[in-house]
Design a protein around this ligand. Structure first.
Ligand SMILES: [Zn+2]
Ligand SMILES: [Zn+2]
Length: 133
């Protein structure tokens, strides 16, 4: 196997084994043989084109990657930019509606809910209290 192929295989295996978000720099340090960042980016690009992994970005350019076998369910805090993934899938009925309305065969989805985590909500309430003080 060429080195590029080995990197792709390792990335795919890692993402299938653990349902979480990975970034390119993190992957480069975790992968066997410690491939350089450009090798990792090339592998990620190819894997994504082939639908073997998914990517998502939240607050700008930075891309996060996760298994192509999973749908993405994200909860993000607008204040501290914490990102949580949740496994529970609320989309079955939406998929059925889309299928009927647009005659689409749905193959995957990303759901993104944004708001305030409990810490940020508390801090914000405190700030408000003080300013009205
Ligand atoms: Zn927060
Ligand atoms: Zn889902």
């Amino acid at each position: 196997m060429t080195k590029a192929l080995t990197t792709e295989k390792s990335i795919e295996k890692m993402m299938d084994a653990e349902f979480k978000l990975f970034d390119a720099a993190g992957l480069a340090s975790l992968l066997p043989g410690k491939p350089d960042l450009s090798t990792v980016y090339r592998a990620l690009k190819r894997l994504e084109q082939e639908g073997r992994i998914n990517s998502v970005s939240f607050f700008g350019e930075k891309k996060y990657y996760y298994s192509g076998k999973e749908n993405g369910h994200f909860l993000i805090c607008r204040e501290c930019h914490e990102i949580k993934m949740f496994p529970h899938c609320p989309s079955k009925s939406i998929e059925k509606e889309l299928k009927e309305e647009f005659s689409y065969t749905i193959l995957g989805h990303k759901l993104l809910f944004s708001g305030l985590c409990s810490d940020c909500a508390r801090a914000l309430a405190k700030r408000k209290e003080r300013s009205q003080g």
